[in-house]
Each structure stands twice: as C-alpha cells, then as structure tokens.
Design a protein around this ligand. Structure first.
Ligand code: ACO
Length: 448
C-alpha cells in the first residue's frame, strides 16, 4: 500500500465566541495580556445546546455528505477526546447512530484519551490499521473533539472548542512519512483532571509550558536522528516547508519554533546563518534546565527565527488564534489553517507536526503533501472546510454572557433530568444539538 494518510477532512467549531480583548477588559487583566501576551484573538465555546458529542455528530455527517462517502464504506472509527461525558460509554458509540441507520455496525475502534494527544493516538491507530493485515479495504475515520474550559483565572482565556474529522486510506494527498517519528513520554503532573465532578482541569501553567518545550526538544532530537539514519543526511528546519504545533495559545507556538531554531544552532545546522550564530553564541554554555528559564535566550532565538517563523509557521496559526485551544483538535486545526492559506502551493512539500498531551505524551511526525484525485485533493479539502465562511458567520458574545454560560455549564456537567432551551437559532443548518438528558442520564440530540 502506498501513501497511507488523510484523504479528506472537515472541521466544526461553535458559532458562539468571545473576543479576547473583551475578556481582558472583563477580567481586569492588563491591556494586551491575552492578545499580545498569549497571542490569542478570539475564543469559541459551547453553549448549553452543544457538547463534544453534538460537535462530532455534526462533523462526521458533514464529512460523509460533502465528500460523497457511503457510511457503509467506513471500517474503523477512532475518536480522540479528553472531555469526559461518560466514564464507560465511548463517544464513538454515539457516532454509531449515523452508521446503524445505513445498516453498518461492522466498525472497529473506540476512544483514545490522554489530554491533547488522544487525536494523534486515534490517527496512528487508523493509519496502522490500514497498513495492517486486518485491513478490509474500507476507510478509517478519525474524530478529534473537545471543549476546553478552565476555571476562572489565568488559564480561562486559553479555552476553545471544536471537532475535526479525517478520512484515512491509501493514495492520500496528505501522506504519512511513517519512518520519521520521534516520541517522548513521561510521568508528570502538569495538567490533569482528577476531580471527576468538574469539567475543569488542575493545571500548573508554568510547569506545563516547560514540559511542552522539553518534550519538543526531545521529540525533535529523535525525529532528526531517524531522518539522518534513513536519509543519510542531517535534518534541519530547511528540510520542511511548514511546522505545525499543538497550540494551547499562540505565544507558546512562537517560543516552540524558536526552540527548534536554537536546537539547529546547537547542532550547527545549515538553517542558521552567521548573524544568528553570533546572536545565539552567548547561550551555548547554558545547561538544559537553564535554557528553559532564560528570557534572553527566548527573545534572541525568537528574533533570529522570525523570518523562518513567518514563512513556515505563521500560515498555520489562524484557527488556533481565532478559536482557542481545541485540545485534541488543536494540532489538526493548525494544519487546517495551513491548507486554508496555502492549498494551491503545497504539493511536493513536507510538513512536520508536533503533538503534545499533558501528563505527558508527545510525538513529532511528518506528512508529504501530494496531488490527490478529486474529491481527495488539497484544494477540494480547503474548499469543503470553508474556514473563512465559518469564521465570518460567528456570533460574538459579551464577556459577561460567556462567564454566565460557563456557570450554567458547571451546573449541567454530570447532571441529569433536564431539558435544554433547544434554542438553535445561532447554529447553522444541519448542526446537531443537545435537547435533553433524562433521569437515567441518557442524552438526546436533534439536528437543525
Ligand atoms: N501586554 C503584552 N504582554 C503581556 C501583558 C501585556 N499587558 N501582560 C502579560 N504579558 C505577557 C507575559 O509577559 C507573558 O509572556 P511571556 O511568556 O513571553 O513572558 C504572557 O503575557 C503571559 O503572561 P503570564 O503572566 O505568564 O500569564 P499567566 O501566568 O497569568 O498565565 C498561562 C499564562 C500559564 C499560559 C495560563 O494561561 C495557563 O495556565 N494556561 C493553561 C495551560 C497551558 O495551556 N499550557 C500549555 C501546554 S499544556 C495544554 O495544552 C493544556
């Protein structure tokens, strides 16, 4: 089998959002803290009629319809999510409603969970299945769905919500280079959800930033080693056209790319010019730990890498800045941004992806982008996803109304015996929404 990878994609995010500038003012944060400090523009959130199940029902039906895929043609369905609605029943089983209707119940796969990494685990599972001896010739389908909400405080502006669906098979325009993979996994308490009565995580913000950057370093080293072993030449930032990062907030993405550039400098790679070498020379002697704490290094490497950031990273940042952290969907939303901005010039290009899930699990891997055959071409995928249209048709809520919604959702989390307002006036046609949770905690949805 050749070029197994992503054949088609679709994305959904709630039309309800709050501007970061409004949130800043409401929270009494200093002006620019969320917009410049975190680098975020806007935050999407679920109101009481939406959740990770409704969003994934919406995105799966939309993908099947827009690419003309018969639901019988799906042989494996994997969901990545860290939003716990039920401790036993998977989100995947809710999605089976779509397939049962067409008499297809022969679909493997369940949910994968580890913070923001579950989507990547689901994706690898599907790709591995297609490449395995148990593959039956049908498509795999991966869904990343999350609602990222935080308690009041400094982490709240890094929320977001979305669902992304990806169709998996051979001869894909977004093909895995499965040999080049570097992972780093370890046990830390940087972000976790031990309180089962609350949707909010416990988060050590500073530790999570350092863990993310350490994992990035480690994955990059391993990725480079594998590349060099197989290709017989060293890897540097010049060997890929785009770098896509899990994006909790844009500032961390800026720091991450600068960190890769600093790695290239330490490895004496060709991607680093003489002027930059001079600027970074004072930091050569820093120990690993010191280098994560050095503000001067952060500044110098961001400056030195700026021209490469603009070319190789900036086109991936639109949706994460506009929608917020989408947890499992965040990395793939950054990739969707790249397709949206650059689809006509991507054929033949290599894209490097970095997936991070707190706790922690992380992998760096890469895609080779190819001419696909309609409907599975890069330009058709960009067309179907209609990112501009979806961003334009959003409804901005004042910060007070966002906070009010968060309060209502706190009460609704884990609750039973209620009906929602069923107000779907802000949702676009064909969107699924939650109508009721009955006395047995059973959830019911309708389609607009
Ligand atoms: N104008 C411009 N910039 C400002 C302003 C201002 N008025 N005020 C602050 N800033 C800058 C700060 O200098 C800082 O930038 P820097 O990192 O380059 O120094 C940035 O804004 C953030 O300010 P902090 O004081 O560091 O913010 P705080 O500690 O209050 O919260 C944090 C930030 C820790 C990221 C918090 O939002 C959080 O905990 N988020 C969730 C955890 C997270 O996303 N971790 C990432 C990996 S794990 C995951 O994906 C969930």
């Amino acid at each position: 089998l050749k070029n197994v990878g992503i054949l088609a994609m679709d994305m959904y995010f709630p039309p309800t959002c709050v501007q970061q500038e409004a949130l800043e003012a409401h929270d009494g944060a200093s002006k620019g803290k969320y917009t410049i400090g975190l680098g975020q523009d806007c935050l999407a959130f679920c109101t009481e009629v939406e959740d990770v199940i409704s969003m994934s029902l919406t995105v799966v039906t939309s993908l099947l319809e827009k690419y003309g895929i018969d639901p019988k043609q799906i042989g494996r369905l994997e969901v990545g999510s860290e939003t716990v609605i039920d401790k036993s029943k998977s989100i995947k089983t809710f999605l089976m409603q779509i397939f049962e209707e067409c008499d297809n119940t022969d679909i493997e796969g369940v949910d994968s969970t580890n913070a923001c990494y579950g989507g990547t685990a689901a994706l690898f599972n599907c790709v591995n299945w297609v490449e395995s001896s148990s593959w039956d010739g049908r498509y795999g389908l991966v869904v990343c769905t999350d609602s990222a909400v935080y308690a009041e405080g400094p982490a709240r502006p890094t929320g977001g919500a979305a669902a992304i669906a990806m169709l998996i098979g051979p001869n894909a325009p977004i093909a895995f280079e499965s040999k080049f993979r570097g992972s780093h996994m370890s046990h830390v308490y940087d972000f976790y959800k031990p309180n089962l009565a609350s949707e909010y995580p416990v988060v050590d913000g500073k530790l999570s930033q350092t863990c993310y950057l350490m994992a990035l370093d480690s994955c990059y080293k391993r990725f480079c080693n594998k590349f060099e072993k197989l290709e017989g030449k060293p890897f540097s930032l010049s060997d890929a056209d785009s770098f896509v990062f899990h994006s909790p907030y844009n500032k961390l993405v800026q720091k991450s790319f600068a960190r890769l550039y600093f790695n290239d400098f330490l490895r004496n790679a060709s991607s680093v010019g003489d002027v930059a070498k001079e600027k970074l020379a004072p930091f050569t002697a820093l120990s690993g730990d010191e280098s994560y704490q050095s503000r001067d290094l952060e500044k110098a490497s961001q400056q030195a890498a700026k021209h490469l950031y603009d070319a190789k990273v900036q086109p991936t940042t639109l949706l994460p800045k506009q929608v917020g952290n989408m947890y499992t969907a965040s990395l793939y939303a950054a990739f969707v941004s790249l397709l949206h901005n650059k689809h006509s010039t991507l054929v033949g290009k290599r894209v490097v992806m970095f997936s991070y899930g707190s706790g922690l699990t992380s992998t760096m891997f890469s895609f080779q982008l190819r001419d696909g055959q309609h409907p599975f071409s890069l330009s058709n995928i960009a067309n179907v996803m209609n990112v501009s249209g979806k961003l334009k048709s959003r409804h901005e809520f004042p910060a007070e109304k966002f906070v009010e919604t968060m309060k209502l959702m706190e009460h609704r989390y884990g609750a039973k015996d209620f009906v929602t307002s069923k107000d779907c006036s802000l949702l676009s046609p064909d969107t699924y929404y939650l109508t009721e949770v009955d006395s047995m905690y059973r959830r019911f949805y309708a389609k607009k």
